[in-house]
Design a protein around this ligand. Structure first.
Ligand SMILES: Cc1cc2c(cc1C)N(C[C@H](O)[C@H](O)[C@H](O)COP(=O)(O)O)c1[nH]c(=O)[nH]c(=O)c1N2
Length: 229
């Protein structure tokens, strides 16, 4: 077997050591942002780069099922925040006792504070009725859309832009506020804006809601549940 040189390999495929580290740096320090947004609008060229990054995500059968609804209107964002508040009340009631109290103390969105909302949707009809790679699992279109969101999120980290994913909605509320057709799936509401700081660790972890799991417990070898290599 040839000796393996990770540095030479990444350099051969166009990544200097510093560039490779920059990729990991973006991954490790990306955070979900809820309450650190600044009101300054995002410049159009920054938004364009984030959307271009999203649009270069992998997608099943190259389906590119995503759309991005950019929402700057404060009035529309206020309606979206109201929709969140209603859903969040329902969500809180699903937890018991102390956990419910702890849930109520969490801030789980920055819809009004962030100057830009990006509603990311998935069109299951794009690419026709039979799509390469999606024939046995139609959810692959949603997964592709999530890949686009992750690209955007990482690019935003490198641009110094904060992103917060909000999913606590009744989907119908967002569809009605934004005029989204029935057959289109809402995948995410993203709060986007410059930030004054970022947490070093996930905010939910810092606030004691839930901790990162040990990776070695999640990796199996040659079959489900086998932790030993
Ligand atoms: C599909 C999906 C949906 C949501 C989220 C994420 C994802 C992937 N997250 C953010 C989530 O809480 C966060 O990613 C984790 O807590 C880990 O923190 P960091 O993203 O590493 O900061 C999130 N956060 C929040 O405050 N309100 C929300 O509704 C949601 N919804």
């Amino acid at each position: 077997m040839r000796p393996f040189d990770a540095d030479a390999l990444s350099a051969a495929f166009g990544f200097s050591l510093a560039e490779r580290e920059a990729v990991y740096h973006a991954i490790m320090t990306r955070r979900d942002v809820r309450s650190q947004f600044l009101a300054d609008p995002l410049p159009d060229d920054v938004v364009a780069r984030l959307l271009t990054a999203a649009h270069h995500a992998p997608s099943v059968g190259f389906m590119q099922p995503w759309n991005f609804i950019l929402v700057k209107s404060a009035a529309v964002r206020a309606r979206v925040r109201d929709a969140f508040a209603e859903a969040n009340e329902e969500a809180a009631s699903m937890f018991e006792g102390e956990r419910r109290q702890a849930y109520r103390c969490l801030k789980l969105e920055g819809i009004v504070e962030a100057p830009l909302g990006i509603c990311v949707t998935c069109d299951p009809t794009r690419g026709g009725s039979v799509v390469l790679g999606r024939t046995h699992n139609p959810r692959m279109d949603s997964y592709s859309t999530v890949c686009a969101i992750q690209n955007l999120w990482l690019a935003a980290r490198a641009e110094g832009v904060g992103i917060g994913w909000v999913s606590i909605f009744r989907e119908g509320d967002l569809k009605s506020i934004l005029g989204i057709p029935e057959h289109i799936e809402v995948v995410a509401w993203l709060c986007a804006g410059f930030v004054d700081r970022l947490y070093d660790e996930p905010e939910l972890s810092v606030k004691g809601w839930r901790q990162r799991l040990p990776l070695e417990e999640l990796v199996f070898h040659d079959g489900w549940g086998r932790n030993d290599p």
